[in-house]
Design a protein around this ligand. Structure first.
Ligand SMILES: Cc1ncc(COP(=O)(O)O)c(C=O)c1O
Length: 382
């Protein structure tokens, strides 16, 4: 019998092989039947499943203490798959304003399909019961929130939502599983833009949804139906990113803490929002639900207006002016002009974001280099 090219002489490759096959040859009609009837695990067609993708799904599930995880083409594909899998016409969705901007666009599609939507401010999270309706099926949140880094008490929301039979979905992209495991706090599903810290190198786009096996099965149905299966090469890159994830997350959190402490002392900067600062309005909740630090994301206001924020960003040398987050490089942007472009202008400033609010994703550079960069850029404000 010919040896398996992936395991010549029985040796196994050190890295997960990239299986680029779209389809697989059946060994026999009996094997075809066994696969179709679910008696054995087997690969047939890429839209259904792929071995490289499956490998990374198992790793991501372990990171979120989930029974299983489904990986897909982007963070927004993950969010959309969740909405499409669990919501139907006549259902009510509660979603927070400070979730990633593209959720607003998806909400327009959901409304067209008959889903009722209530947008909630993170500051109103404690009053969520007042927004419940008889048909509330899902609460969707991010914490720390995007972009203002507010903190929402996950256990509190889950307790209230579960009482009325609604599910809770937490986008854990900002916190990452290094600092927060929403499933352990009661959430039904965790969503990730794996494009961010899980991948970590600005070179892949992927999404992930983790939870119980029964959820995996439902979401698998959706993925297979609509074709949001990740390609094998991106899965390989994600798998490689996960190998250094803990190291990167630790370095990023230490850097963010240093930078946050530096920024609060500067007179040209105001409203520094970092959950690790004792001055953060929900610091005690962050301490309760996060661990090993508070992540790499922070938001702050620069000078007096948009022009000040632009001048400051243009003067930065180490920190790069770009969207996205969780990468090895520190990235900074003005949400009003970038990540929130999905929203109509009046909505962009309706829940606390200002035109001079900047969002900083701290990378793995030495914190003192970041501090020096911020210091010299602040001089540009006069
Ligand atoms: C918190 C969060 N969730 C979801 C997304 C969407 O992810 P993707 O760009 O991979 O579709 C983003 C993108 O920036 C994000 O920041």
């Amino acid at each position: 019998m010919a040896s398996d090219p992936l395991t010549p002489y029985g040796n196994r490759p050190m890295v997960t092989p990239i299986v680029n096959a779209v389809n697989y040859e059946y060994l026999s009609f009996e094997v075809l039947r066994q696969i179709t009837d679910g008696e054995i695990d087997g690969y047939t067609y890429h839209r259904d499943d792929n071995p490289t993708v499956r490998e990374v799904e198992k790793k991501a599930a372990r990171m979120e203490s989930a029974e299983d995880c489904i990986v897909c083409t982007s963070g927004m594909a993950a969010c959309t798959m969740v909405y499409f899998t669990y919501l139907r016409a006549g259902d009510h969705l509660i979603i927070f304003h400070d979730t990633y901007g593209a959720n607003y666009k998806v909400s327009l599609i959901l409304e067209r399909l008959g889903v009722e939507i209530t947008w909630l401010d993170a500051d109103d999270a404690n009053r969520i019961e007042g927004y419940f309706r008889g048909n509330t099926r899902m609460v969707f949140l991010e914490t720390p929130t995007n972009p203002l880094c507010k903190i929402i008490d996950i256990a509190f929301i889950c307790e209230k939502a579960h009482r009325i039979g609604a599910m809770v979905v937490v986008d854990n992209t900002f916190a990452t599983p290094y600092h927060q495991n929403p499933l352990k706090l009661g959430a039904d599903l965790v969503v990730h833009s794996a494009t961010k810290a899980l991948g970590g190198h600005n070179d892949l786009m992927a999404g992930a949804i983790a939870g119980l096996k029964e959820h995996y099965n439902k979401l698998w149905f959706t993925r297979q139906a609509i074709g949001t299966t990740l390609d094998a090469y991106s899965a390989f890159l994600l798998d490689r990113g996960l190998k250094t994830f803990d190291l990167r997350a630790e370095a990023m959190a230490r850097g963010a803490e240093t930078v946050a402490k530096f920024l609060v002392e500067n007179s040209k900067i105001s409203r520094v929002s970092y959950p690790g600062l004792s001055s953060h309005p929900n610091h005690t909740v962050a301490v309760r639900q996060m661990f090993r630090g508070f992540g790499n994301m922070l938001a702050f206001d620069v000078g007096e207006n948009e022009e000040d924020a632009k001048r400051f960003i243009a003067a930065l040398k180490t920190i790069r002016h770009a969207v996205s987050l969780g990468a090895t490089e520190s990235l900074i942007c003005i949400p009003y002009l970038t990540t929130m472009l999905y929203l109509p202008p009046e909505r962009r400033t309706s829940f606390g974001v200002k035109k001079n609010t900047v969002r900083l994703s701290v990378g793995i550079e030495p914190p003192e280099r970041l501090e020096a960069d911020l210091k010299q850029a602040l001089l540009s404000l006069g």
